[in-house]
Ligand binder design. Structure first.
Ligand code: PGA
Length: 252
């Protein structure tokens, strides 16, 4: 049985003054749920605050991006070792907002995942198709291409050290989640793709669903056989909603 992870992607939200209430509520709620893991993925400037408030709690923390470089003249970038310095456990690689806005290629995303892994972080690698790609019948081709780049760079034997997240771009921040059938189809296909290379790794791979996950749809999504948790954007900014999604995952 795969463990379920509920990871909150704060995106560019939060404030030094407002974060403690959210972090402390999430940590208190997470402590009451033993069979689900929680994490928050905060903007870089708040990592020290997350570390200070979450150390010793059952909520992990992490960042939303990482450089593929180890260090050097890369203005504005943050290395995986720096994230380790702040106690991060997770880092997102290849979120669609970064792929689209910052031109991150499949290769670059794979390099970021590798850099994270080598620093001892768990990369949460995002894959997902746009609406145009879905309507053109290219969903699986797109997510396979994105997954294959990571498999080639890491090697299938290292995939147990990553978390994969399927986030259909058209479902992110739109209020329109994938239907359970749509999510299950892609999750099962991704797992099968990895299983074709290594059955054991495929069976154990943790695959999160992301895209308009909220308390009202969490249970039906978390019950799907190949969904192992959620990457939650908007609903992670309200502690009650985020924890309710965790409760749904625990029940599923
Ligand atoms: P959303 O975002 O839950 O607000 O749709 C999910 C994500 O982008 O990770």
């Amino acid at each position: 049985m795969r463990n379920k992870l509920i990871a909150g992607n704060w995106k560019m939200h939060g404030s030094l003054a407002g974060n403690p209430a959210l972090l402390q509520s999430v940590a208190a709620g997470a402590a009451t749920q033993s069979n689900v893991s929680f994490a928050v993925l905060v903007p870089f400037p708040y990592l020290a605050q997350a570390q200070a408030l979450l150390t010793g709690t059952s909520c992990a923390w992490g960042a939303q991006d990482v450089s593929e470089e180890a260090g050097g003249a890369f203005t504005g970038e943050v290395s995986a070792a720096m994230l380790r310095d702040f106690g991060c456990r997770y880092v997102v690689a290849g979120h669609s907002e970064r792929r689209a806005r910052h031109g991150e290629s499949d290769r670059r995303v794979a390099a970021k995942a590798l850099a994270a892994l080598e620093a001892g972080l768990t990369p949460i690698v995002c894959v997902g198709e746009t609406l145009d790609e879905r309507e053109a019948g290219q969903t699986l081709a797109v997510v396979y291409r994105q997954l294959d780049a990571v498999m080639e760079s890491l090697g299938v034997r290292r995939l147990p050290a990553i978390v994969l997240a399927y986030e259909p771009v058209w479902a992110i921040g739109t209020g329109r989640s994938a239907t359970p059938a749509q999510a299950q189809e892609v999750h099962a296909a991704l797992r099968q793709r990895v299983s074709n290379a290594d059955w054991v790794v495929g069976s154990g791979l943790q695959i999160l669903y992301g895209g308009s996950v909220k308390p009202s749809n969490a249970l039906e999504l978390m019950r799907l056989p190949d969904v192992d948790g959620a990457l939650v954007g908007g609903a992670s900014l309200a502690a009650d909603d985020f924890l309710d999604i965790g409760r749904a995952a625990a029940l599923a």
